[in-house]
Design a protein around this ligand. Structure first.
Ligand code: SF4
Length: 345
């Protein structure tokens, strides 16, 4: 049984109009029918452009966002059916690491206070000094850090404090939302390494959300690519990098710089037309058809592609009518793939 299992998850935000008589005139479909599963001790990376719904998905999984439809099951328990006391007990098993460590830490609280707060909130008896020292040690900070305040730390150190707070209650699942994107590139690898070490030592399961495929590459066992509220491709990390099947994944991967300057000079980048469409009015058929360089109007504009395992690619799932033809090169992009712009990622 998977530790986390999400089925048909939808998170829609109503669009309201009118001042005196407010009425609902539509909905922003931030998450629109997501299925995913994460096995205990593994890491699922979720990648997509900003605005694709990935952060909303993370918050909805932790029940921090009201769910419109679908289910989130943690260790076999449907979270929506839990009574408040059971949900409270469940919350300590699932924690979040935020993108901006400074915004998520109260500047008036010392690190000792930040780290003991979840323990106090969940009824653990003090004093907490020993546990605070243990947590600091786990994230590679000296015990003297306990008496300092968040603004006295560097960005990387603040994220270490954020991670220490997330593991304070010995959770099983951590949802990390862009855990390194606010950090200098030189610090990012250290924080990713720390997350990996902690996973090993504490048997953690991770859901790592990022807009950058390069960031999730090393930490993820599997990667789900998200576009406009839906998952368009899921695959083991190595397979996704070696043979991306969905045109959107191909575009995201083509945007990653290659360290070798000679190879970098020859790097082909796939152009996506326009911006991410509005989640309040997603395109018909394949949601990606307005930007897809492989679009075949006859099917792509009208028929919604389902997430399926294409022939010859066991272990991968892709929501594209033409995945086999794209992978074999039978279908070529409409415009030249050698272009200068691509989405962030
Ligand atoms: Fe592109 Fe069509 Fe595949 Fe959608 S179904 S990704 S528009 S080729």
């Amino acid at each position: 049984m998977s530790l986390l299992e999400v089925r048909g998850l939808q998170v829609h935000f109503p669009i309201k109009r009118g001042i005196v008589l407010e009425r609902t005139v539509g909905a922003v479909r931030a998450v629109d029918g997501v299925d995913l599963a994460v096995e205990r001790g593994r890491t699922l990376g979720i990648v997509g452009e900003s605005g694709c719904g990935k952060s909303t998905l993370g918050r909805a999984i932790l029940q921090l966002e009201p769910v419109t439809a679908g289910t989130v099951a943690f260790d076999g328990e449907d979270l929506a059916r839990l009574k408040p006391t059971a949900m409270r007990a469940m919350r300590r098993r699932m924690q979040m690491v935020f993108q901006d460590p400074l915004a998520s830490l109260d500047p008036r609280q010392s690190v000792a206070s930040v780290l003991s707060e979840p323990l106090r909130t969940h009824g653990e008896k003090g004093p907490y000094d020993k546990r605070v020292r243990e947590l600091l040690d786990l994230v590679g900070l000296p015990s003297s850090a306990a008496s300092r305040y968040p603004h006295e730390f560097s960005g990387g150190q603040r994220q270490r404090v954020g991670i220490a707070r997330a593991i304070a209650l010995s959770p099983e699942l951590i949802v990390a939302d862009e855990p390194v994107s606010a950090l200098d590139v030189s610090i990012q690898a250290q924080v990713v390494n720390l997350l990996e070490e902690l996973q090993e030592r504490l048997s953690l399961t991770y859901l790592v959300i990022a807009h950058d495929l390069a960031v999730v590459r090393h930490i993820s066992d599997d990667i789900a690519v998200m576009y406009l509220g839906t998952i368009v491709e899921v695959a083991p990390s190595e397979d996704l990098y070696a043979r991306p099947l969905h045109p959107y994944t191909i575009a995201l991967l083509s945007a990653i710089p290659i360290p070798d300057p000679e190879v970098e000079d020859r790097r082909e980048r796939v152009l996506l037309r326009g911006d991410l469409p509005s989640a309040a009015d997603p395109p018909s058929g394949c949601r990606f058809h307005t930007r897809c360089p492989y679009r075949q109007p006859t099917r792509c504009d009208d028929e919604v592609p389902v997430l399926r395992t294409p022939e010859g690619f066991p272990g991968q799932a892709v929501a594209c009518h033409w995945a086999e033809q794209v992978a074999s090169g039978q279908l070529r992009p409409a415009s030249s793939p050698v272009v200068a712009t691509a989405p962030d990622g």
